[in-house]
Structures are given as structure tokens and as C-alpha cells.
Ligand binder design. Sequence first.
Ligand SMILES: Cc1cc2nc3c(=O)[nH]c(=O)nc-3n(C[C@H](O)[C@H](O)[C@H](O)COP(=O)(O)OP(=O)(O)OC[C@H]3O[C@@H](n4cnc5c(N)ncnc54)[C@H](O)[C@@H]3O)c2cc1C
Length: 809
Amino acid sequence: MKSSAQVVVIGGGVVGASVLYHLTELGWTDVVLVERRELTAGSTWHAAGGMHTLNGDPNVAKLQQYTVGLYREIEQRSGQNCGIHMSGGLTLAGDRERMDWLRMAQARGRYLGMDMEIISVAEAKQMFPLLEEQYFIGALFDRAEGHVDPTGVTRAYAGCARQAGAEIYQHTWVSDLRQRPDGTWDVITDSGEIHAEHIVNAGGLWAREVGRMIGLELPVLAMEHMYLITEDMAEVAEYNAATGHELPMGMDFDGELYIRQEGGGMLLGTYEQACVPWSPRETPWTFDQQLLAPDLDRIAPSLEIAFKHYPALAEAGIKTVVNGPFTFAPDGNPLVGPVPGVRNCWVACAVMAGFSQGGGVGLTLARWMVDGDPGEDIWAMDVARFGTWASLAYTNAKVRENYSRRFRITFPNEELPAGRPLHTTPVYDRLTAHNAVWGAGFGLEHPLWFQRPGSEPREDVTFRRSNAFPVVADECATVRERVGLTECSNFAKYRVTGAGSADWLQRLFTNRLPRPGRINLTAALDPGGHIVGEFSVARVGTDDFFLFGSQIAEAHHSRWFLGHLADGVRFDVLALSLVGLSLAGPGARDVLQSVTGASLATEDYPFMTFRRIDIGMIPAYVGRMTYTGDLGYEIWVAPEYQRALFDLLWQAGQPYGIGLFGFRALMSLRMEKMFGTWAREYRPIYTPVQARMHRSLKCDHDFIGRAAVEAELARGPARTLGYFDITPDPAEPADVVGDEPIWHDGAVVGWVTSGAYAHYSRRSLAFGYVPSELAVPGAMFEVEIIGQRRPARLLSEPVLDPAGHRMRA
Ligand SMILES: Cc1cc2nc3c(=O)[nH]c(=O)nc-3n(C[C@H](O)[C@H](O)[C@H](O)COP(=O)(O)OP(=O)(O)OC[C@H]3O[C@@H](n4cnc5c(N)ncnc54)[C@H](O)[C@@H]3O)c2cc1C
């Protein structure tokens, strides 16, 4: 065994093997993989090997597409048979909502170049004669689906990596990990020690335990999962003889099951409601290549549906039942990337669909390690999307919810209930008393909208307009015509202090720093000029700053800042030690002025001022800005003051007709002001030039990414963020939810990033990226909303108050 290596990958399942392979592909060959038993000995060996490209997140779908396309190559290069069966796959819809979902998935697939087809039930029956037509209304057919041999694939990755110089040590258990002061690692195994620059936790069923070796509690949990294989069936033999190929795979949402041909019989797997976590606290190291006891009673409801939907199955004998554990993160997506706060430590775990996703996970992690950038949009898989709030018990609740909903639709306006409420601010009860409908982001509850008194605070889930629509319209009118109050604690807040802070931040930010007492907007870029984050920067002293950003990116952004920290600078994540309320609307100044001695007149407190003042008796930092684009203030206080602040403002606002508004109204208001948002318009795959962040981009100082920005400015961006005014279908109006394709001249040319109905302006608006040469003001496009192409005009300025008079008033 080597005593040192550049990378030690811990775990020889399909994911660890893929990481090893991709590292060697990118030229890192001093790499080793350590496996406690044999390759595949975790959850990999007993997988059903199914693979597909369909995923609710188009970026994950893209990586799945990459994975599926990789198998032929590694098979050829390694000489290891991967057992590839490209049978194609049907996703079957039993109702209108599911059909809508399939249409939307097909639409998203268009700009990813996926060849998916909506077909009728009769066509589905022809392709898959075992199904009973009466239970379905249509299907999506995807040619790029099939199944592989899990062991073959893992060995093929390993074989290719070995050819390139990687070494694999089987029957070698990593028992401890110790970091040296220089950030390198001593990997302690039962066969000796390896000194490594980087470690990768690809421990699969034991990823949690490997994390604990360095004091890390990863949000990952294994669930029991069952599939059964029937005896050979005459119907299958007949089909094979008649067509010359095997049956396609089937995903049956109503039955919460998947089905495919296995040999001469069928394989049927379920995601049952009565799901069971496996080893919820600790995975025993003694667990070997074992299966769990089958429990057919648990999957009986799914089997009952299966026998109705595919009657021939009811007559077939069951040959084998497999029950095995595999792992999930709380939202069902993998955990990939550098562990925040731990140098040279990477994870690639919680991969619940290793044969659809393993290749993409390996590729992006390897690029991240080698190039410092995953190279694809992997926001949905970044380990930094969870904070410390994702505890063991939270993970347990969320994973069970996710497993049992695997084949359920999660609507764009749906908030899932498990593990909530957990994180709340002091005004939670106050807002609940005002009939708040709650949502959660990065673990924290935030008000979405306020139901009318006497009605149940609940939102109907839908792809179209919900029961919130008229109420949110009223909230928007309150803000635009009088004054609205909302909670804004769901921003990420950071404090940067210490000698050298200004110099340090200036080097990270694209905009010049504001003067003390002022705020400005800025972006932070990676060396390639991609947007790492966008922030409001409030300066309170020479070397004293507050930064405000998107809360869901709190761990992602802190990882970036801490990774670049300069000597003498202190970077603190304020989390809920600072909470906020925001007043917005033409009456906002009058309300606030009535409770403070500080003059808020524009000449004394102009737009983008940030100061420490007292509101009543409450010490506060007050920024004159709001995301609504109206006259407004964000008021930041220590949590112990937030209730008093709420009561004070609410009382003071009564003569001015104050009303509460929530996140839904905020999204509507920001759309009519053409304000983009993090994770939608601004993501690490876009640049500030493409995103038209010109006002925050000043190439008059040295900042990370400047050279790339200048080069892009010189050659012109390939794509540009457009702002669209859409004409919805008058018969059944629906607005964009994000990821819809944008058509031009009969071809898909771009995609929507986000949008909303702008209630006050009565327009259905969207943002989306299109090729720059098409981004001409007034140009006509079409946006595909639930299978319908709707006309969309590209606008050049906000539909409301383009000169920004309101916020400067
Ligand atoms: C019944 C069933 C059916 C499935 N069907 C499908 C399917 O059809 N399609 C699909 O895509 N996915 C399927 N899966 C899921 C699939 O199995 C997983 O996504 C995949 O196996 C995850 O691989 P992994 O490499 O992350 O983890 P694992 O396979 O668990 O690999 C982790 C490896 O790390 C090793 N290890 C851990 N800790 C240490 C240590 N300290 N030292 C040394 N070695 C260590 C372990 O021994 C293990 O071999 C199924 C799972 C089950 C249970």
C-alpha cells in the first residue's frame, strides 16, 4: 500500500469508483480508493441497476443524461461488461396533474437536448402490453432509459481508473481520519496509514460514520427498499419473440412503483408509504453484503395496485424478493462538494440513484477538486445547501417524507410539512395570529402570504394560480398604495470586521465598496467570471460591514468567504442573531418617522442609507431599501427586540392603512421592478455580463474574475438574461414557475429562470436566458407553459416605475 497519495477516496461503491475514474480522466493519477470489503459491498451490489434521465431539476437531469451516456465508453475501455440494456422507458400518468408534470418535464428536456415524447395510452399499451389501459391517460417515452449491471459498472469505472494509474485497496478499512495543521490528512486504515492531500467521503451506507470521524454530522439516512423478481412469464416471452427486443421500463406514479423486464420475468420495485429507515442512528461496521428480511405486507398496497395495473403479474410466481438499504439526503438529491469549514475534505454521498447519477456526481466532484469549479450547475447537489439545522432527527423526518413521496408530484407552490416548524423567529406567533401561510427555506419558517381572517391558512397546490392569488394581489396593492410590513429575517447576514476588511472585500467584489453609512449591490465571482454570489453591502465603518445575501446560500457563501479569508479579517455568519422586519410602500416613511427621533427626510436619510438608529426604544440598524422597489426600510435588530418592534410598527401603521405581506407578494413586486434573484437569475453557471448586472460591475479595481469579465465584455456574451411579458391562456391562465423552454422561430433557444404574475401591473412576467443576438427589445418569443406555447415579448425596462422614482422618493 502506498504511504502517500494526492487523494484517498473512501468507499468502493459505484460512486467512489466513478470519482476515482473521473479524477484520473482529469489527470490526477496519484489517487487511491480504499474499500473495507470488496468493490460494491455497500448498497451497490444489490441495486436494480435502473437508469433514467428524467428529474424534476433540469441540471440534475443533465448529469443523469451524462451518466447514462458514459457506460458504453467505460465498458469498451475497461473490457468489463456493464450489462447495458437500453430498453427505453415509459413514465405513466394516471391523472391530469401527472400529465401536466410530464409535459413540463418534456419541455425542460427540450433545451437539454433530450428526446422525450408524450404518447397516448394506446401507444403506451403497444409498447408495454402488460399494462391495463383504463388506469392511465398518457405517458412520456424516453429512449435514454434502461438498466445496467451494478457490479459490472463499478468494476468498469475501477478498471479504467487503474489503467490510468489509480490504485485500489480492497479489504482495507478506514478507521480514522486526522488532519494535520497544513490541511493534509492522515488516513488511518487497518493495513497502515496513507498521508493524503485530499480525502473524499464516498462511504455510501457508512458516509455518516466516516463524517463522524472528523466531527461532521452529514444529513444522510439509509432506507429499506424492496423489489421482487417474478418467475419467467409467457407474456414476456411472447413480447420478446414478437418484437425482437425486451420490454421498456415503466414508472407508474399512481402505483408508486417501477417495473422492468429481468431475464424472462419482471422486476417490480416500490416506494411504499409505510417506509422504514435502516440503522437510523449508526450503520454497523459488521454489516456485510447482506440483505434485509423482506416484508411483503409493507408493500402490499403497492402490489395490489400493480396487480390491477399489470394483471399478468398477479398470475406470475415470485422468484426473489430483495430488501436492501440505500441512502438519501433530506431532499433526495446527492451531497456533493467541499465540506464547508474543513479544508481538503470532499463528499460524494447520499446518491440514491447511483446508476442514473453516479457518473455526473463523479465528473462534477472531480472537476471541482482539479479545476476549483464543478463546471456544471450542481446547486441542487451541493453539500452546502444544508446547515447544522439538518440534524439526525430532522434528516430522518425529511428522508421518510421524501421516500414516500418519490412518485408524488411536488407542486411549485407546495411546502412539504415534515420536520417543521423547526427554526422560527420571535415574531412567528405574531404572524401566525395574523393567519400566515408558512413556507420554509434553509430550515427557517417565513410567511408566504396572509390568509384572510376566518379562512383556513392553507394554499391549494397547483401548477396554475392558487387560492392565494387574490389575497396576494391585495397584499401587493397594500404595498404599492399604502404601506406593507413583512419579515425579512430570511436573508443570510454576515458581518465583516477587522483591519484590512475593506481591502479584502474590495478584492472579492465586482462593485466598489460603499462609503460608511451607505449600501450598494455587488456580485462576487470565481476566477472564470461566474457568479458566486450577489450581496447588498452595508458599510458601518472603515473596516466594518454587514453583508446581506440569499439565505439558502448561507453555507455556500460562507464556504467561499472563509476559503478566501485574509489575515486580520473576521467573517461572522450572523444567522438568527440578527432578525429583520421590512416596511415598504409610499407610507413607509411616515410610519417609521412616527416612532423614531432620527430624521428620515430624503435629504437626511437618502435611498441606500444604512445607519444605527433607535426605533422607539429599540436599537436597530436601518437600511433604506427594499426588494419591492418601493420606498422602504429594512430594520435589523437583535432577536430579543423583534416582537416589540413588530408591535410598535403595527400600531404606528394603523393610521396609514398598514397591512402584512409575504414572500409571494415580494416575488410579484420584485418581478415588476425587474429585480433578479439568487439561485434563479444568478447562479454559478452565469456571468454578471450575461445576467446584466452592469450597475454592480466596475472594472476600475482589481477583483477575482475581472480578467474573465473583461474578456467577455470584449467579445460579447453568448447569452443574455431577458425580461419577458407573457400573454397567458385566457381560458386557463398559468404563470411560469421556472425552467420552461423559450421558443423563437419554431426552435427552443433558451429557458426561463423565474417569474410571477405581477399583480399590481397586471402582467405575467418572466426572466430567462436567450442567445444575445436574439435579445432585442420588443422581440417576440414563446414560453412553453404546461404544454402550451404562449407569446412573450422581450422588454427592456421594468413594467413599473422604470426610473426608480418610488424607491428614491
Ligand atoms: C434494493 C435496491 C435497489 C436499487 N435500485 C437502484 C436502481 O435501479 N437504480 C439506481 O440508480 N440505484 C438503485 N439503488 C440505489 C443504489 O444502490 C445506490 O444509489 C448506490 O449503490 C450508491 O452507491 P455508493 O457508492 O454511494 O454507496 P455504497 O454502494 O454503499 O458504497 C459505499 C462503499 O464504501 C465502503 N466504505 C464505507 N466506509 C468505509 C471505510 N471507513 N473504509 C473503507 N470503505 C468504506 C463500503 O464498504 C461500500 O462498499 C438501489 C438500492 C437498493 C437498496
